[in-house]
Every structure is written in structure tokens, then in C-alpha cells.
Design a protein around this ligand. Structure first.
Ligand code: PEP
Ligand code: MG
Length: 554
């Protein structure tokens, strides 16, 4: 079925507005992980001993990773049960994860998208137990299109955006971690293509249209040219202003120094959100102070004085870190996450980050460094974090270590922080609105629950009014106000956001050229009229109508 020479078009879900063409490189994360036959009943006793021997160290790791990943004691319980039954550790892991994966798949929607993360943790454990090396995805030949049943975030993080022309997976969804990483790395990607992925032979030409969600195997010359054609909007490397001269900073959301390089190529003025979670993900213990310092310095050097906003670790909620012992609570989104973790049991994590940040701020390109705290909901959350940064500065001073105090900011992601925007702004240099969380909390609709997709639209009047309030109160309190949620990267909303008065918009690097073009084409006064009309709307449909009119009509 795949031997023909004609084009074969496969449909999936596009996750990046980019196209690429290249040669298929098949990658199977399961390769080499087939398990030996389970023991027959007579050898169970011997196996039990073998397991007990090995279990000491390995169990600790297995159970750590499991319990902490998704905070699901059920998986650990299942492994324990299987080990007690006499199954070797690798079979116990395989069985326990199979149960969890089935449950996630049955739940459907965004839960089903998380199964790739689960499989990745399972495979890492199995590789460890079976002593197998993982394939190296970091040095693929230029022009490779990775074709895989699935990719986890750690797999995706290895891909070099300079050499990879795209990736295609059978599973996954728009909000899976691999998709988020593809967007920030600027890699054309189509996920959820289904079993047809298995029919793409190694080495065959593949065109990936991450916008249309289309994969073309053996594309025609015409299609190849279109896929290579790149974007219609030219990259602007200089800062932009509106047609009537209001400066709006257009920055990138990044997760690694490699992504920062991609962001410079897309014309980012700086970094508006350095998500450190990804930096903590692809490993088994937290990065050391020096490793973090090196990463911050690398990003600062790339932007050479441009602003780089680093968010302190935002673990918890939808971002569990397997090896960190953070109990999720009954409702992880309303639990110990973001800045709430900083003074708690894992205060050490916060201190290490801040030491690395303050040291990085003292380097040549360190002037641009800014630090913000996630999920602030009380003035006390913010003052405690600021006090702790000052305490770290004092400690560095005592040690004679060079440091500099960066700009400090609070993220506005909760209704509480939107209501307190003025009081927060008075205590810091800037506010940054995280519309992904702000929308979920204003609308009381978990961001990973697909059934509530209609509530997740940040254009809902309630969310727009929370944003408006934040910008006004933030300015009154003397802070500049930016936005780093997904909303900021929608070129169709740029005029509205300018009209709402945002000073900075930060987004996945791939949409920067479009947003810069949209800002440059905006008249700020006209945009204010558009914003006023949108704020007067009572329903999402009315907001949509206002945006469709473009604010021209009275
Ligand atoms: C947000 O909540 O809008 C945000 C930028 O943070 P994250 O998506 O990482 O939670
Ligand atoms: Mg958030």
C-alpha cells in the first residue's frame, strides 16, 4: 500500500503554523523495549528473590517517578502489587502503566493527550531496568522529518530546530507537551495522524503542513515548493510601533536556550516568559545553580541587553515534575502550585533559582534580566517572594559573590491578582497577564478539560474585563503590563490588545512576525475604540461581532 509512487495525503492535527519538507526518519520510542517472557509459576519464587535483590534502589526510583508523575499513588500501588505477586520489576512497571494509560485513554480529550507523557515515563523506567540506551534525536541529519508513533516532551526537547524539517506522530493533541514544545521550537508538526503513520517508510520524502494539519507522503514538486515556501510575512528584527507611534514590545515565550536562538531568528525583541519547567523536565533531578546560571547567561547573551523575563519554577497543576515531591491535592489546579511552593517544603528550589538569576543579572548582558512569580493571588504571596529574593541578595553579598537585583514582576493569572493589580503593581516593576490560567480561573473551567472548550476562549467578556482592569490598575500602580498567555500570540487579537493598553506581548516564536506586522498596521487610538466596544459586549458572540467589524462602526 505504500509502494506506489503517488502522493499520499494523511490528515491529522496541525500544531504549528509552519510547513516543512524532508526525508522521513522513523523513530520508535519502544525500540529495544520488548520484554522477556514473564516467568512461569515454578520460577516465581526465584523471580521474587531476584526482584527483592534489585528492588531496593530501583523501587525507590520507580516509585518516586510514578508517585510524582501525575501524583498518582495508584500507579505505584499497582507496581507494588505486581512486585508482590512476583512479577519482575519491568513487567510490574509495564502492567501498572498499561492500566493508567487505559484509564487516560478512556477519559478521552485532553486526558488522552497526556498518555504520551505517561508512556515516556514508562519507557524511561523500562530503559533503566533493562539497561537500554535511548535513541539520540539531537543529531539527526539536516532535513529530517521525524515519524513516530508518539513523542514525549523529553523526545521533542532533543530535536534541533535547525536540522529537523518537521515531525509527524500517530497520537497527541494541540495541548500535549510535545505540541507546546514544537510551537516554541518552531518545528512544523502534525500530530494525531493515527495508524497511517506506520505506513510511512524510512527515507521517503514527506511534506508537513502544521497549519492545515496535513502530511503528504511523496509530495509533488509543486507541493514541496509550497511547503518550503515559508511564511508570507517577513521577519522584522527591529522593535515595532503602531502606525501612530506607540511602542509595543513583542517578545517570545521560550523553555530552553535553544528556543531562545529560534526566537531571535523570528525577530523577538526579547523573552517575555522563560518557562523553566521544560528545563527541569528532561532529567532525573533538579538542575544545579551553576547549570541554571549558564542557561540564563546563554539566553541573556542571545538577546544582548534585550529584556529576558524568567518565571520562577511553576510546577504543579498541569505541570507535574516527576522527581519533585509535590503532592497535587484533590484538585491540582487549586493546589500547591506556582509561587505557593516557594516558601514550602521545596523552598530550596526557589533559592537555587534566585541565586543563579541574581548572579546572571551581574554578567555583561545581565541588565535585561527580569524575574516574575507565577500564580500570585495575595499581596503576601508577592511580598514573601520579593523578601526572599532580597534575602538571597544579602546572602550573596555576605559571600562576596557578584550579583545584581533584576526587575521583579508578578504574573496575573488568578481573579484575585486581577482585583489586586494596583496593590501588586505598587510593589514590583511589572505585571504579566497569563491568560491561559486567568481564563481557566475566571471561567472556572479546567484548561485541560476538552468538554469545556467553549469556556476557554479569552475573548469572553468576563476575561476581557479582567484584563482591562489589570492593565489600568497596573499602570496606575506604576508598573508596565505585558501578556504572556496564548492570547498574546493571536495576530487577529493584536489590535484589541493594543487598544487594551498592553505594553508587551509575549508568544510562541513562530507567530512573532505576524503579530509584529499586525501591531505595525494598528492605529492605537482606533484600537482603543475597538477595545471599548469589546468591553461593552455582554456575550462572546458580541465580542466576535465587534472584532469582525474592526471597531470602525458606531
Ligand atoms: C498562562 O497561564 O497564561 C501562562 C503563560 O502560564 P502557563 O501556560 O505556563 O501556565
Ligand atoms: Mg500559567
Amino acid at each position: 500500500m505504500t509502494e506506489g509512487r503517488e502522493e499520499q495525503v494523511l490528515d491529522g492535527t496541525g500544531v504549528t503554523p509552519l510547513s516543512g519538507v524532508g526525508a522521513a526518519v522513523r523513530y520508535d520510542p519502544d525500540a529495544g523495549l520488548s520484554l522477556p517472557e514473564p516467568p512461569d509459576p515454578e520460577t516465581v519464587a526465584a523471580e521474587r528473590e531476584r526482584t527483592a535483590d534489585r528492588a531496593g534502589e530501583e523501587e525507590a526510583e520507580i516509585f518516586d517517578a510514578h508517585r510524582q508523575f501525575l501524583d498518582d499513588p495508584e500507579i505505584a500501588g499497582r507496581v507494588e502489587e505486581a512486585v508482590r505477586e512476583g512479577l519482575p520489576a519491568e513487567h510490574a512497571v509495564d502492567r501498572a502503566f498499561a492500566g493508567a494509560i487505559d484509564q487516560f485513554e478512556a477519559a478521552g480529550g485532553l486526558m488522552a493527550e497526556r498518555t504520551d507523557d505517561l508512556r515516556e515515563v514508562r519507557d524511561r523506567l523500562l530503559r533503566h531496568l533493562l539497561d537500554r540506551e535511548a535513541a539520540d534525536l539531537s543529531a539527526l541529519p539536516a532535513g529530517s522529518v521525524v515519524v513516530a508513533p508518539r513523542l514525549g516532551p523529553a523526545d521533542t526537547a532533543q530535536l534541533d530546530p535547525d536540522s529537523v524539517a518537521g515531525f509527524v506522530t500517530a497520537t497527541g493533541g494541540r495541548t500535549s507537551h510535545a505540541a507546546i514544545m514544537a510551537r516554541s521550537l518552531g518545528i512544523p508538526a502534525v500530530v494525531s495522524v493515527g495508524d497511517a503513520v506506520a505506513s510511512i517508510p524510512d527515507g521517503v520524502a514527506v511534506a508537513v503542513d502544521g497549519d492545515a494539519g496535513e502530511v503528504v507522503v511523496r509530495p509533488s514538486e509543486q507541493r514541496r515548493a509550497a511547503a518550503r515556501g515559508g511564511r508570507a510575512v517577513p521577519v522584522r528584527h527591529e522593535p515595532v510601533e503602531t502606525a501612530d507611534g506607540r511602542a509595543v514590545e513583542v517578545a517570545a515565550n521560550v523553555g530552553t536556550p535553544a528556543e531562545a536562538r529560534g526566537a531571535v531568528e523570528q525577530g523577538a525583541d526579547g523573552v517575555g516568559l522563560f518557562r523553566m519547567e521544560f528545563f527541569f523536565l528532561d532529567r532525573e533531578s533538579p538542575p544545579s545553580e551553576d547549570e541554571q546560571y549558564e542557561a540564563f547567561v546563554e539566553v541573556l547573551d542571545r538577546f544582548d541587553g534585550g529584556r529576558v523575563v524568567v518565571r520562577t519554577l511553576d510546577v504543579g497543576g498541569d505541570k507535574p515534575i516527576p522527581y519533585l515531591d509535590v503532592a497535587a491535592g484533590a484538585n491540582p489546579f487549586l493546589g500547591v502550585r506556582g509561587v505557593r511552593l516557594s516558601p514550602g517544603e521545596r523552598a530550596d528550589l526557589f533559592e537555587t533559582q534566585v541565586r543563579a538569576l541574581l548572579r546572571a543579572a551581574a554578567t555583561d548582558a545581565g541588565d535585561g534580566l527580569a524575574v516574575m512569580f507565577p500564580l500570585v493571588s495575595t499581596v503576601g504571596d508577592l511580598t514573601a517572594a520579593v523578601d526572599r529574593v532580597e534575602a538571597v541578595a544579602d546572602a550573596l553579598d555576605d559571600e562576596g559573590v557578584a550579583y545584581r537585583m533584576p526587575e521583579l514582576g508578578a504574573m496575573v493569572e488568578t481573579p484575585a491578582s486581577a482585583f489586586l493589580a494596583r496593590e501588586l503593581a505598587e510593589r514590583v516593576d511589572f505585571l504579566s497577564i497569563g491568560t491561559n490560567d486567568l481564563t481557566q480561573y475566571v471561567m472556572a473551567a479546567a484548561r485541560d478539560d476538552d468538554r469545556l472548550a467553549d469556556y476557554h476562549d479569552p475573548r469572553h467578556p468576563a476575561v476581557l474585563r479582567a484584563i482591562d482592569r489589570t492593565v489600568r490598575a497596573g499602570h496606575e500602580g506604576g508598573a508596565w503590563v505585558g501578556m504572556c498567555g496564548e492570547m498574546a500570540g493571536d495576530p487577529d487579537l493584536a489590535e484589541l490588545l493594543v487598544g487594551l493598553g498592553l505594553d508587551e506581548l509575549s508568544m510562541s516564536a513562530v507567530t512573532i512576525p505576524e503579530v509584529k506586522a499586525a501591531v505595525a498596521a494598528t492605529d492605537a487610538r482606533q484600537a482603543e475604540t475597538l477595545a471599548e466596544r469589546a468591553l461593552a459586549a455582554e456575550t462572546l458572540a458580541e465580542v466576535e461581532a465587534v472584532l469582525a467589524d474592526g471597531g470602525d462602526e458606531e
